[in-house]
Ligand binder design. Structure first.
Ligand code: ATR
Length: 260
């Protein structure tokens, strides 16, 4: 998506993927800087490690304790996190959910689930219900939200009434034959307006297929991938990201064909 965006804006830039052993991360960051790279993206497991390897942290990286974007500037290597904002942007753009005042059932309390829960709370979600296979992790996040965001009605159980959104942040659905992350005996698709699955491959998980059949508005996690990349693009280039070009490039690369 970045190379397509560079081409669209006539920038003679190039985005390359390099596999780096975590033990070499500090040297890789210094090497990229020495070679005149403009910046870097990092993914698992480097996002947490890089926090201690940059010269300064933007507020986004401080807040989430993770760096997915580095910008090399005259002031040094600045670490950013563009993941959390991308959740909110994608929910608004892809399933028309305004998080402020919404009722959300969040499935999953791992790394992605925790970031989503705290971001939703910080954006003023009205009610947040957290479900996780390991109950203690959902309980811990609920307690943290109660402390930090007392106005959010948070619980680590299925909601009683209706919600605006079911958000899947578990890894269930990545593999064919995975169980559903939603216990339909406890909560039905009919009780939600929209269902968002952070998984984007396959394009339609069985969760999304069932939600669509029940009449819910649905979207997969491609938008999250797009918007975190678009924000990184804007940090590096100082130019507005060409979103349609980037979305098309992602769809073509991931699904082999562009939908839009
Ligand atoms: P990520 O960084 O993608 O969030 P993670 O931290 O390993 O990855 O979290 C994976 C999430 O998927 C967790 O919520 C996990 O539940 P546990 O906290 O109980 O491990 C959930 N998950 C993974 N496999 C699962 C399964 N077979 N059944 C139910 N939940 C599962």
């Amino acid at each position: 998506m970045h190379n397509a965006a560079f081409a669209a804006l006539g920038l003679n830039w190039c985005y390359v993927a390099c596999e780096v052993d975590p033990k070499n991360l500090r040297a890789a960051i210094a090497g990229a800087k020495a070679m005149g790279f403009c910046g870097l993206n990092l993914t698992v497991p480097h996002k947490l490690l890089a926090v201690d390897m940059v010269d300064a942290l933007d507020i986004s990286a401080k807040t989430w304790g993770a760096v997915n974007t580095i910008h090399f500037t005259e002031q040094g290597a600045i670490g950013y996190n563009t993941d959390a904002d991308a959740i909110i942007t994608s929910l608004r753009e892809d399933v028309a959910i305004q998080v402020r005042g919404a009722k959300v059932l969040l499935l999953g309390a791992g790394g992605a689930g925790r970031t989503a829960a705290l971001k939703l709370a910080s954006e003023g979600v009205a009610e947040l219900s957290l479900i996780n296979r390991t109950q203690s992790k959902a309980d811990e996040i609920a307690a943290e939200i109660q402390r930090q965001f007392p106005s959010v009605k948070v619980s680590a159980a299925y909601p009683k009434g209706e919600v605006d959104l079911i958000l899947n942040a578990t890894s269930l659905g990545l593999k064919a034959g995975d169980a559903s992350p939603l216990d339909e005996k406890q909560f039905s698709f009919k009780q939600s307006r929209a269902v968002y699955d952070m998984i984007y491959r396959p394009a339609e998980t069985s969760l999304l297929a069932a939600a669509r059949a029940a009449g819910c508005k649905t979207a997969n996690g491609l938008g999250m991938l797009l918007y975190q990349g678009a924000k990184a693009f804007e940090i590096w280039t100082g130019q507005r990201a060409p979103l349609p070009v980037m979305r098309q490039a992602l769809e073509k690369n991931i699904y082999g064909t562009a939908k839009s």
